[in-house]
Ligand binder design. Structure first.
Ligand code: SF4
Ligand code: SF4
Length: 353
């Protein structure tokens, strides 16, 4: 068990960032993802960054009464809670009682604990798209009445309500909405960078986008850095899963609309959905779990994809697509529908200029 912080409950400069991580209605995938963080020593990385993990259901030894005592210490102002991290959707069912998810040994619904702890936390972070928007857990008929901390899909509200704010570091007068570290699962780097920046007082509410996502990754598009960009330029499209071409036109890729840095940050140091041959299904976006079409197919009207690249008017897309298709080099066209490079780039006989 961690020792109680000494002195006032306001965090002083140099004191570690106290983080409590609770799991609600989800698959635990965001915790699994965290274990793939690009470091051989996750606890050491946290420690060196000034982050103290008060408790995590999979990573801590304490259980039962120790954990309940810890949470009661927070509620009684005996233990400072700097960041409450919630993984998984909040289950309000049945009929708003929250009794589908009771916190073992407490006789209380998980949503009650989350609401009460959120009122004490200096910051609240939704880890993953379930905690942010409801995510996969809220899919279909949503019999568990799952929602996110401050959103229900794209609609503000969720468990804590649209107007919920936390003070951040006391004395700064900053008002923080829930920090939505969205992704399904969320990238371990997005979680680590967020917590490290908070520990260093290097993140402000202005560093969050309109959906509460940290802008260091949400101001990017998955399309940035995709290895299929040359195919995209010429609208040379994949037609089946193993093809090398761009997956936007036929295979359901939303990389030109999805806010995330997956193709520049990469996963496990080298991969991404599109590099693995899978369309980006925009897992960082609210409502991604129910796009209204098969994930692997692009919905179209009159042959034009409905979901056009962010910032691009439809008329431009139609004009550019037709122009670029007419200019597609043979190499790009052939390779787009092959599972390996069949036509290599030409070798110039003169020095490159
Ligand atoms: S496959 Fe997706 S992310 Fe890659 S270039 Fe095409 S649209 Fe962009
Ligand atoms: S590429 Fe798209 S679907 Fe895959 S993890 Fe990134 S945002 Fe999510």
């Amino acid at each position: 068990m961690n020792a109680l912080p000494s002195g006032s409950l306001a965090r002083s400069p140099g004191e570690p960032l106290n983080v409590l991580w609770l799991q609600s209605g989800g698959c635990g995938g965001c915790s699994m993802s965290l274990l793939c963080a690009d470091t051989p020593d996750l606890p050491g990385t946290w420690r060196d960054a000034g982050i103290r993990l008060l408790w995590h259901p999979s990573l801590s030894l304490e259980t039962g009464v120790d954990v309940i005592t810890l949470m009661e210490d927070v509620l009684a102002d005996r233990l400072r809670l700097d960041v409450l991290c919630i993984e998984g959707a909040l289950l309000r069912g049945p009929n708003g009682t929250g009794r589908f998810h009771m916190l073992a040994g407490t006789g209380l619904p998980m949503i009650d604990w989350v609401q009460r702890l959120s009122a004490k936390a200096h910051l609240v972070a939704a880890v993953g798209s379930c905690a942010a928007w409801g995510g996969i857990t809220a899919g279909g008929d949503n019999p568990t009445e799952a929602c996110g901390l401050q959103h229900e899909d794209e609609h503000p509200g969720g468990l804590l309500g649209e107007s919920f704010r936390t003070p951040g570091r006391p004395g700064t007068r900053a008002e923080w909405p829930v920090i939505n570290i969205a992704g399904c699962p969320t990238h371990p780097g997005w979680v680590l960078d967020t917590l490290m920046a908070l520990a260093a007082d290097a993140l402000t509410p202005a560093d969050l986008d309109a959906l509460g996502r940290p802008r260091f990754y949400a101001d990017q598009l998955v399309h940035h850095g995709c290895t299929r960009n040359e195919y995209y330029e010429f609208k040379a499209s994949a037609e089946q899963p193993s093809d090398l071409g761009c997956m936007m036109e036929h295979m359901g890729c939303k990389g030109t609309q999805a806010h995330a840095d997956c193709n520049t940050r990469l996963w496990n140091g080298e991969g991404s959905c599109t590099r693995g041959g899978y369309a980006c299904i925009s897992c960082t976006e609210p409502g991604f779990q129910a796009p209204g079409h098969a994930f692997h197919a692009t919905p179209k009207i009159a042959g034009i994809p409905i979901g056009l690249p962010t910032d691009m008017p439809k008329a431009w897309y139609v004009a550019l697509a037709s122009l670029s298709k007419s200019a597609t080099p043979k190499r790009v066209k052939h390779n787009a529908t092959a599972d390996h490079v069949v036509v290599p780039p030409a070798i110039r006989r003169t020095r490159l200029k």
